[in-house]
Design a protein around this ligand. Structure first.
Ligand code: GRF
Length: 208
């Protein structure tokens, strides 16, 4: 009998790393047929780094944009690192730097992101952290949610793969709304990944 494939995941994170840690744990305890082979961050101070060390993730790479004055050199260096890691899927989990064209062309249809709103609402440049929840509250929307989508050349504009809806309450503050959305993220990301990996090795087809 042939062994089920173990997918190689590389996760890119700039901050806390709760999604990174949750996905890594899901791989380690067998909920996902995958292994997180590396964490890549653009932020040497990211708490995600110590989480990776605690979880014994084999590779942790800091690719600081400060060392690459030209954006295209950073993109080239990220592309080379990713090629060397041979990922089946690249997962963004709170990665703040825009992914460049080199990486997108090499890993087209294999690069996924999580965004804590119902895209296309409340996405795009500057829409990260509390700014998203603030925008949701200011819009008067009665619900928000989480989107898992493919990465493309524009921030938060790639093909939407799955969304879940989360109610906005009339007495919500940024803090209460954020904590309700954040509490749902890891399980949602893991469940969507389980579906994607069950689909085998096929990259997503672009819509255009
Ligand atoms: C999450 O809210 C995620 O949806 C967004 O950035 C945040 C990252 O949080 N893209 P963490 O680093 O996984 O804790």
């Amino acid at each position: 009998m042939s062994q089920a494939k173990i997918h190689r995941l590389v996760i890119l994170a700039s901050g806390e790393g709760s999604n990174f840690a949750g996905i890594t744990q899901a791989c380690q305890d067998g909920r996902l047929p995958a292994s997180v082979v590396a964490l890549i961050t653009d932020n040497a101070q990211a708490p995600a780094i110590s989480k990776a060390q605690n979880l014994k993730v084999e590779r942790v790479e800091v690719l600081s944009p400060l060392k690459f004055p030209r954006r295209e050199d950073w993109d080239q260096s990220l592309a080379e690192l990713l090629v060397s890691l041979k990922p089946d899927w690249i997962l963004l989990a709170g990665f703040l730097k825009k992914i460049g064209p080199k990486v997108l062309s090499l890993f087209s249809g294999r690069t996924i992101n999580i965004h804590p709103s119902l895209l296309p609402k409340h996405g795009g440049p500057g829409m990260y952290g509390d700014a998203i929840y603030k925008a949701v509250l200011e819009s008067g929307d009665k619900e928000t949610g989480i989107t898992i989508h493919q990465i493309d050349h524009d921030y938060d504009r790639g093909q939407i793969l799955e969304q879940i809806r989360i109610p906005v309450r009339s007495d919500d503050t940024v803090a209460t709304l954020k904590s309700r959305v954040r509490a749902a993220e890891v399980d949602f990301y893991v469940s969507v990944l389980a579906q994607i990996l069950a689909n085998g090795d096929k990259p997503f087809q672009s819509r255009d």
